[in-house]
Design a protein around this ligand. Structure first.
Ligand code: NAD
Length: 257
């Protein structure tokens, strides 16, 4: 098993990438701390893990709130004795996130607080715990839009994910000699609630699909496999990387018919 004897904390684990990663990490031997703001969804992930014979607990934490992030790490150490893997995955894509002229400041602030400050707070309280465990792996979920601009605007989201990439590189360098690796996961457009709610018409979905060389949205399970690699010792010489899993989008100039 690839995560035997590891304790992994995953934010946004009530849905999508976070839930699939929680299930996969558990199947690979890890004890899981499921974090979300939707308690029913988080508890459901825990129940799914337990039904498969794994160990998990749920902690309610809004990643934009300092005290709640401090508490989620405290619960991880109290429940399972240590923390080895920190997956800062929670994120939002606000329905009113648009271009610079039309996006309201409150949409910008909320997006930045969850998507970018949330990663900072996870690290602020998670890194001391990883140090106490002798090191570990941090995975921060960014996005392919941190690398490429899109004509379908989501200005706050894109800026927040660019921040995640930049912050990840600096974290990786600062902690490289402390046995703490920090990498970003950059998913392409996924067939999850977050994006399907945003691309809420067939026309919007088709507009996106045109740009994906593979011609389909990715699945949360495919991101979980990539996250597992980053979480495990198999990626032991990788830090500061922007790990792109995007159906070929960032490699494409013109996509196939
Ligand atoms: P999702 O909506 O299925 O899951 C996100 C989870 O985060 C939900 O359970 C939600 O309740 C939780 N959450 C939201 N705000 C939170 C907060 N403040 N504190 C704690 N939890 C919170 O979305 P997903 O597609 O699985 O997205 C996971 C990550 O992947 C996000 O960071 C997202 O930006 C990123 N991402 C998604 C796509 C995509 O196409 N879906 C593409 C690139 C990157």
């Amino acid at each position: 098993m690839r995560l035997q004897n590891k304790v992994a904390l995953i934010t946004g684990a009530g849905s999508g990438i976070g839930r699939e990663s929680a299930l996969l990490f558990s199947a690979e031997g890890a004890q899981i701390v499921v974090v979300d703001v939707v308690d029913a969804a988080g508890n459901e992930t825990v129940a799914m893990i337990k039904a498969n014979g794994g160990e998990a607990c749920y902690v309610h934490a809004d990643v934009s709130k300092s005290a709640e992030c401090e508490n989620m790490v405290r619960v991880a150490e109290q429940t399972f004795g240590k923390l080895n893997v920190l997956f800062n995955n929670a994120g939002i894509m606000h329905g009113d996130d648009d271009n610079a002229m039309t996006t309201e400041e409150h949409v910008w602030d909320l997006t930045m607080n969850i998507n970018l400050k949330g990663v900072f707070l996870g690290c602020k309280f998670g890194i001391p715990a990883l140090k106490r465990a002798g090191g570990g792996s941090i995975i921060n979920t960014a996005s392919f839009v941190a690398i490429l601009g899109a004509a379908t605007p989501q200005i706050a989201y894109t800026a927040s994910k660019g921040g995640v990439l930049a912050m990840t590189r600096e974290l990786a360098i600062i902690h490289a000699r402390q046995n703490i690796r920090v990498n970003s996961l950059c998913p392409g457009p996924l067939h999850t609630k977050l994006l399907m709610d945003f691309l809420n018409t067939d026309a919007k979905k088709q507009r996106r699909l045109v740009h994906i060389p593979m011609g389909r949205f990715g699945e949360a399970k495919e991101m979980a496999q990539a996250a597992l690699f980053l979480a495990s010792d198999e990626s032991s010489y990788m830090t500061g990387a922007s790990f792109v899993v995007d159906g070929g989008i960032t490699a494409a100039y013109v996509t196939p018919e």
